[in-house]
Design a protein around this ligand. Structure first.
Ligand code: ATP
Ligand code: MG
Length: 350
């Protein structure tokens, strides 16, 4: 191990296979925000204590729906990794790697593409949803193959468990089918992975839309400074029917109170604000000020960790990615070696 590798820390290879493996991933869409935290990062930080975790930064996957603005991707990759480190994803427990630096996955994808029929790929419900949401008339060959590439991501590192939202359960299902089909035809190479579906809510956007998302421009980023957080919170959407502070307001479905529930640890304060909001005896300004304070309290240790990591090692993101990628690539080569042997494709010493 190089001096650099020791500085960042790497999962010990001796721990290999003694614990179940998790494969989890992020598309590099930009900074990590509160929605990512609620929906996946918080859980990921917990799971790394119990499982050997591989965290994929899925830049190939970005290309399935986006071919413009690609000059932003490198910055987005860095932000994605830094956001994960900031919330406590620990590179000594989690192997963080960049998909396109492990090109072996495309070879695995090719073999799997021979197993999956076109109608089977067309039956994945997320395909229709994406086409509708992104206004895509006809899917590209690559978009149709997106779940097959995801199967290659998972099976390349022989993942046993895949934390996904309920919406992505169908991707794990097709992965299970591919693993079974391969094993039946050629011999037992792959585990049949299980989806790990957390029961977590969706965090709405600051504009009141159902989901906070980078592409919607309605996010509070984990590394926003406190003034930015304050400005975003003070401009948040609340109950649109409430004109004056003395009007009774609606708490249910009000994003300001949903955020209070998620991020304000002072439950007595939240209960009091809700009560007064319903009665019309508190103004939006007070509710939002208290929310900004709570979110800033929540984000302080996250911002501090990012600052400290970068101060200690300005190249931390690059080093983590390079070391994680080397490790993931070794797994990929081993898996391909086993696969080619099982398929009798290990001719010419491959
Ligand atoms: P963005 O939606 O910000 O452009 P993205 O498309 O990479 O980023 P998704 O693919 O929507 O993000 O989600 C990545 C992970 O984060 C998923 O596990 C998803 O469930 C979770 N997530 C993202 N946004 C939210 C949210 N607003 N509430 C809860 N979970 C979320
Ligand atoms: Mg999204």
């Amino acid at each position: 191990m190089s001096a650099q590798a020791t500085a960042v820390g790497q999962p010990s290879t001796s721990a290999k296979k003694t614990r179940k493996r998790i494969l989890t991933g992020d598309r590099p869409t930009g900074e990590r925000h509160l929605g990512h935290y609620v929906g996946s990062l918080a859980n990921r930080v917990k799971l790394q204590e119990e499982y050997e975790t591989f965290l994929l930064v899925a830049d190939y996957h970005m290309l399935t729906t986006r071919l413009q603005g690609l000059e932003e991707i490198e910055r987005n990759i860095r932000q994605t990794v830094l956001g994960n480190l900031a919330v406590g994803v620990d590179p000594s427990k989690t192997t963080i790697y960049l998909q396109s630096l492990v090109p072996e996955v495309t070879e695995l994808f090719l073999y799997f593409a021979m197993i999956v029929t076109v109608p089977r790929a067309q039956r994945i419900p997320t395909l229709k949803e994406q086409m509708r949401d992104l206004d895509i008339a006809q899917p590209s060959y690559g978009l149709l193959g997106y779940p097959v590439l995801q199967a290659a991501d998972i099976l390349m590192v022989k993942g046993d468990l895949v934390p996904v939202g309920r919406d992505q359960q169908s991707h794990v299902e097709i992965t299970r089918e591919i693993a079974r089909e391969f094993n039946d035809r050629f011999g037992p190479v792959f585990p049949v992975p299980d989806a790990l579906i957390p029961e977590i809510g969706i965090l709405p956007g600051t504009d009141g839309r159902i989901k906070m998302g980078n592409s919607l421009g309605n996010v509070v980023n984990l590394l926003d400074d406190s003034k930015t957080v304050e400005a975003k919170v003070m401009a948040m959407y609340t109950d649109p029917t409430r004109i004056r502070a003395t009007d009774p307001g609606r708490v249910e479905g009000n994003p300001v109170f949903m955020y209070h529930d998620f991020f304000n640890p002072d439950t007595a304060e939240v209960a009091d604000l809700k009560d007064r909001y319903r009665k019309g005896s508190v103004g939006d300004v007070e509710v939002k000020r208290k929310l900004a304070t709570a979110i800033n309290g929540f984000l302080d240790p996250i911002r501090d960790r990012a600052d400290r990591l970068l101060r200690e090692n300005p190249r931390i993101v690059d080093e983590v990615l390079h070391q994680g990628t080397a490790r993931a690539r070794a797994e990929a080569k081993q898996t391909l070696h086993e696969l080619r042997a099982a398929m009798h494709l290990d001719y010419f010493g491959q």
